[in-house]
Design a protein around this ligand. Structure first.
Ligand SMILES: Nc1ncnc2c1ncn2[C@@H]1O[C@H](COP(=O)(O)OP(=O)(O)OP(=O)(O)O)[C@@H](O)[C@H]1O
Ligand code: SF4
Ligand SMILES: [Mg+2]
Length: 336
């Protein structure tokens, strides 16, 4: 076996929901392909960044990997074992190794438990420890995440955002995580605290050989922490490659548009000159809008500049994720 810790093959997670006012009358259900045929792998000590605008399916991937929600189809292989269809009991030994830092700071910590009890519970959920061992492990964890011992007697609502995040991280380590889905770990934190959390995650990675799926809207942070990056659009990965290449030489028009939104970065001139024909309509991003062929076509500057070639919107020629270079894949008929 290689040093691949997690491999995802053709993962799909489709949600069923009533299709709004009118389709409800017709008794019709809409299927939201929140994750639609996604494949990637992550190696030991590696961070894969996952970016894309709100609602594109990032958290759904994370929750599916942790088996918090069942996959519709596809495979999740952890450290060589196919965990996709394991029962709760069969999954238990893996559960402690695959952890998630949740997007919502507050939802992750039980408001009625003191910090010490939260860590204690995490330490003893999968193994028995004596009181002395628990105290020793808690001291180690506090040191690792740089949290004051005095905070152990506090409730979560008595902590700052950064402190809550540290407790969340300590809890995943207490359980014995090897692979962590970090879902927006820096959101809702002050800029200086964001840097501390990012540095903490990087230090822990080196020390404990952790692997991360790092989900974030903050492209600068993603570029900084990730070895490779996957860019998602409406449930699909549209580009994946080494972080530096994705940030500085994107080949998919959507990646270029995303990164060009960073103020001090020069966007690809061709994209800039053509402008975004749907400017101001980023809200049209919508799974419920029927779309054939390339899902990005309605907003794609290249598609519009090329006078809307049929190959982009014909369902028979939907672009596939294709290798265009070493470790670089793109889903576009006209890569930049
Ligand atoms: N339980 C659910 N039932 C139906 N639809 C859902 C459910 N959970 C998520 N969705 C839909 O699936 C899509 C993907 O949601 P998800 O939370 O994965 O997005 P995200 O990329 O994490 O967004 P954000 O950046 O805002 O956190 C959205 O359209 C969302 O409305
Ligand atoms: S396939 Fe066509 S519409 Fe889709 S991103 Fe590429 S150029 Fe744009
Ligand atoms: Mg999310």
């Amino acid at each position: 076996m290689t040093d691949t810790i997690l491999e995802v093959q053709n993962l799909k997670k489709h949600y069923n929901q009533n299709g709004g006012l009118f389709s409800a009358f017709k008794g019709k259900e809409n299927v939201i392909p929140a994750v639609d045929d996604v494949s990637f792998y992550i190696k030991e000590k590696e961070t894969m960044g996952l970016v894309g605008e709100t609602g594109c399916g990032k958290t759904t991937i994370g929750r599916t990997l942790l088996k918090l929600i069942p996959a519709t189809s596809g495979k999740i292989i952890f450290n060589g074992t196919d965990i996709t269809h394991l029962s709760a009991a069969q999954f238990r030994p893996f559960r402690k190794k695959i952890q998630m830092i949740f997007q919502d700071l507050d939802a992750a910590l039980n408001p009625k438990m003191r910090i010490k009890a939260i860590l204690q519970e995490a330490l003893t959920v999968h193994c028995r420890l004596s009181d002395a061992e628990i105290d020793h492990r808690i001291s180690e964890l506090l040191e690792m995440v740089n949290l004051k011992k005095s905070k152990l007697s506090n409730f979560p609502n008595e902590l700052s955002g950064g402190e809550k995040r540290r407790v969340g991280i300590a809890r995943t380590l207490a359980v014995g995580a090897r692979f962590i889905v970090a879902d927006e770990p820096t959101s809702a934190l002050d800029v200086s605290i964001q840097a501390q959390v990012v540095n903490l995650l990087r230090d822990l990675q080196k020390e404990l050989r952790l692997s991360y799926l790092f989900i974030s809207h903050d492209l600068r942070v993603v570029e900084l922490v990730s070895h490779k990056v996957a860019v998602m659009y409406l449930g699909q990965i549209v580009e994946m490659g080494l972080a530096g290449r994705i940030a500085n030489a994107p080949r998919h028009p959507y990646t270029a548009v995303l990164w060009s939104s960073l103020v001090d970065k020069k966007s690809d001139e061709s994209i800039k000159n053509e402008g975004n024909p749907n400017e101001g309509q980023w809200g049209v991003f919508d799974f419920e809008r029927p779309n054939v062929g390339c899902r990005f076509a309605p907003r794609c500057p290249v598609y519009h500049a090329k006078n809307r070639p049929t190959i982009c919107t014909d369902p028979a020629t939907s672009p596939q994720l294709q290798k265009i270079d070493d470790a670089h894949q793109v889903r576009c008929h006209f890569p930049l």
